[in-house]
Write a protein that binds this ligand. Structure first.
Ligand SMILES: *Cc1c(COP(=O)(O)O)cnc(C)c1O
Length: 219
């Protein structure tokens, strides 16, 4: 599929849900993709990209940024505290704030540098042991604690379990966000972004549907 196809599917899903055109931001997830494919999407004019590793992003984005203006980078994968400083310098948004210790570290760095990317707090809606994020029952407190730290919390993020109906998880995330007064919802990937938009996604993270299958598994 192409960037254009995905964009028009997003616009259709917005319309069907009675939402404003352009109310969903498309994050093109470029992790592991060959540089030629990423450059082709940049050349088409797209500027919002997602990476799941700080190291990988640091290796390729400085060159792309030298060549294309206005790139906006979103970190969507787990962040170690010792890479937080590098992350806040490189990314305009972090979708994977998944534990109190990382929140505290980001708050300290924000104080020190006077700058912090937009943040999404990750909720482990499927309560999967191998997945990052706070449990749904701990989410309200985590939101409150992050806001008390003066962090710029835009919203919540989830990655539904692979073998479950994703819309149940999108609905749960939307409900937790609403009761906490948060508008941002980072949810929906290649296989399910339309149902995420129907349930209020403001940010969809789409990789393989734009770039093609990843050569080796980093999903
Ligand atoms: C890789 C990844 C995506 C994109 O997945 P696709 O199925 O290729 O669209 C979205 N979100 C996260 C957190 C990812 O790691």
């Amino acid at each position: 599929m192409s960037l254009q196809t995905i964009t028009s599917r997003i616009r259709k899903a917005e319309k069907k849900a009675g939402r404003a055109e352009g109310s969903t931001k498309l994050i093109a997830v470029s992790k592991v993709q060959p540089n030629e494919r990423v450059e082709a999407v940049l050349a088409e004019g797209h500027r919002v990209f997602g990476e799941n590793r700080v190291q990988e992003a640091a290796g390729k984005w400085p060159d792309f940024r030298a060549k294309f203006e206005g790139v906006e980078l979103h970190l969507i994968g787990p962040l170690q505290t010792n890479k937080a400083r590098q992350a806040i310098e490189m990314f305009q948004a972090i979708h994977s704030v998944d534990r109190p210790k990382l929140a505290t570290t980001l708050a300290r760095l924000a104080q020190e540098t006077g700058h912090c990317p937009d943040l999404f707090l990750q909720v482990n809606t499927g309560q999967e042991p191998q997945k990052s994020g706070v449990l749904p029952e701990d989410a309200d407190k985590f939101v409150a604690d992050c806001l008390a730290l003066d962090l710029p919390v835009l919203g919540l993020m989830c990655i539904p379990p692979a073998d479950e109906e994703p819309s149940l998880h999108f609905a749960l995330l939307a409900k937790i966000a609403a009761r906490n007064g948060l508008n941002g919802l980072s949810m929906g990937m290649s296989g399910d972004f339309e149902s995420a938009i129907a349930l209020g996604a403001t940010h969809v993270r789409v990789g393989s549907a734009i770039f093609g299958a990843r050569a080796y598994g980093a999903a």
